[in-house]
Ligand binder design. Structure first.
Ligand code: SF4
Ligand code: SF4
Length: 101
């Protein structure tokens, strides 16, 4: 019997990632434009002051790209365009949400 048409396809969820330039800037411009509120901590959340940078929840990000142009220091990248030297920020963003769970 033939396999279902989609059996061989791999569904890959993509995300955007906040990298090093956010450190020391953290102005929250990206938070204001995200349609699914997946960038945290926000200014009114308790851990905002101690957070080194803001983080994007890869499970919730819909990859719309709206946050990219809002960032004054070009800290946000689609996963596929994340510069080599900042590849570890995918883990940094993801782990912040795992710690909140
Ligand atoms: S790409 Fe869209 S959904 Fe993802 S963090 Fe940016 S604004 Fe939010
Ligand atoms: S807009 Fe850029 S610098 Fe500002 S909080 Fe978002 S990622 Fe950080």
């Amino acid at each position: 019997m033939d396999k279902p048409l989609l059996a061989g396809l791999r569904i890959v969820a993509m995300t955007h990632i906040i990298a090093e330039p956010c450190i020391g800037t953290k102005d929250s411009s990206c938070v204001d434009v995200c349609p699914v509120d997946c960038i945290h901590p926000t200014k009114d959340e308790a851990d905002f002051q101690e957070a080194e940078l803001l983080y994007i929840d890869p499970e919730t990000c819909i990859d719309c790209g709206l946050c990219v142009d809002e960032c004054p220091v070009q800290a946000i990248f689609p996963e596929e365009d994340l510069p080599e030297e900042w590849q570890h920020y995918l883990k940094v963003n993801t782990e912040w949400y795992q710690k909140q769970a």
